[in-house]
Design a protein around this ligand. Structure first.
Ligand SMILES: Cc1cc2nc3c(=O)[nH]c(=O)nc-3n(C[C@H](O)[C@H](O)[C@H](O)COP(=O)(O)OP(=O)(O)OC[C@H]3O[C@@H](n4cnc5c(N)ncnc54)[C@H](O)[C@@H]3O)c2cc1C
Length: 387
């Protein structure tokens, strides 16, 4: 289809990637973002090869490689510092044709923003309603502004308001049962080797570090805690020291090293896979359609895949915008639903929803051949639109 005007709500990973893909397809694109300054939730993100392939396709491979960390291995250790598994990831990269890149979120967001064009992102614009006729779509903002276009992409995250319009119902967030702390620290060999992703697991908790670009490690901790807990930023080191008391030296060093005021503390939720991603000329994309727990590291990658597939159907078919969007829904619904449910299952195992199950998993980590882990990752990666 030619000469379309697309309105994107939300300038996160999904909205910006969709914006780049739609602009490259020759469409007029504007992004409207609620906040006045972009501050991504979370300090780092691991973009697996399927997400990077989308960026390559959009001509951003070089930029991505410049900001990404080099992660060649993945190592599981127990909370008593016992080696559980050590997986060389390089055979996986050779098989799928692209390495993954862990990256600081602000670097990723800035790279995407520059590639899209900052002038076409309208900040401080909170969308309050969307509507459509057979011919056009309209988004209304809190300040009363209305904009019209040929389609609207609701890339407005896990608490999407556009999802309510598309589904005609409110989908509740489902608390995953654990709290995540994350941030960045300077790279240091006493914490973790520079090309290694290390995960300490035990007592239904985990602590992890991985290299992102700029000589930094992205760290995260996860602990099962009932919903509704809060801790002042200044108390976060104390809180982590209690949860991870007796854990190995690198975990203790990490807790002492991290800047509590720059750390994030999040209660993790997902949503049930919805029945639809699309209503007429209005489509959901990214977390608004399929917010997932982060245990597979696929949420952002799936938002990127969505962006590519959406643009591809708009470019390669010419029946109607609604028809192209429904083709997008058909392709994306099943893949993302499977990953949301797989991540949910993995989350329950990691965070001891059933303690016996979690103990079995710790045993399994010791016995599982590295090839099985590589194969599981390969299957997820190659299931993407670019193979
Ligand atoms: C702790 C954690 C770790 C993760 N790790 C990984 C990982 O390693 N790998 C991976 O691939 N994924 C990971 N994810 C998932 C990933 O962060 C998300 O899937 C991804 O950020 C979704 O992008 P999005 O653009 O759909 O939504 P968001 O990033 O949430 O962006 C939505 C944007 O819309 C804006 N917005 C919301 N409402 C409105 C409105 N009404 N009007 C205008 N603008 C609005 C918001 O301000 C925001 O900027 C992780 C998630 C978490 C929480």
């Amino acid at each position: 289809m030619y000469d379309l005007k697309a309105i994107i709500i939300g300038a996160g990973i999904g909205g910006l990637t969709a914006g780049i893909a739609l602009k490259q397809a020759g469409y007029e694109v504007s992004i409207y973002e609620r906040v006045t300054e972009l501050r991504p939730a979370g300090a780092g993100i691991s973009l697996w090869s399927n997400g990077i392939k989308v960026l390559n396709q959009l001509g951003l491979g070089r930029e991505m490689a410049a900001i990404g960390g080099e992660m060649n291995r993945m190592e599981y250790r127990s909370h008593r510092d016992e080696a559980l598994s050590n997986i060389d990831l390089q055979p996986l990269f050779a098989r799928v044709g692209q390495r993954p890149y862990p990256v600081a979120r602000t670097d990723l967001q800035q790279m995407l923003l520059t590639a899209f064009g900052e002038d076409d992102v309208h900040m401080g614009m909170k969308c309050t309603a969307v509507e459509q006729t057979d011919q056009k779509t309209t988004a209304t903002f809190e300040d009363g502004t209305q904009v019209t276009g040929d389609l609207i992409v609701g890339a407005d995250g896990i608490r999407s308001i556009i999802r309510e319009y598309v589904l005609d119902e409110v989908l509740s967030l489902r608390y995953a049962g654990y709290v995540n702390w994350n941030g960045l620290v300077p790279a240091d060999p006493s914490l973790c080797e520079a090309d290694n992703w290390v995960l300490y697991v035990g007592e239904g908790k985990r602590a992890s570090m991985m290299p992102v670009g700029g000589d930094r490690f992205y760290y995260f901790f996860g602990v099962p805690i009932p919903i509704g807990s809060e801790t002042a930023p200044a108390d976060r080191q104390k809180e982590l020291a209690q949860h991870f008391s007796g854990w190995p030296a690198p975990v203790q060093t990490l807790i002492q090293t991290l800047d509590p005021l720059a750390s994030n503390r999040l209660e993790i939720s997902d949503i049930d896979p919805p029945q639809h991603f699309v209503k007429g000329r209005i489509a959901l994309l990214g977390d608004s359609a399929h917010a997932s727990t982060p245990t597979l590291g696929q949420g952002g990658c799936q938002a990127m895949e969505d962006a590519l597939v959406l643009a591809r159907f708009l470019v390669t078919t010419n029946i109607s915008v609604a028809d192209a969007l429904s083709r997008y829904e058909q392709v994306r619904k099943e893949r993302t639903a499977q990953l949301v449910l797989k991540a949910r299952d993995r989350t329950d195992t990691i965070y001891a929803k059933d303690e016996d199950n979690t103990q079995d998993w710790y045993e399994q980590l010791k016995e599982e051949p590295p090839e099985a882990v590589r194969h599981a990752l390969e299957k997820i990666i190659l299931g993407g639109p670019l193979g």
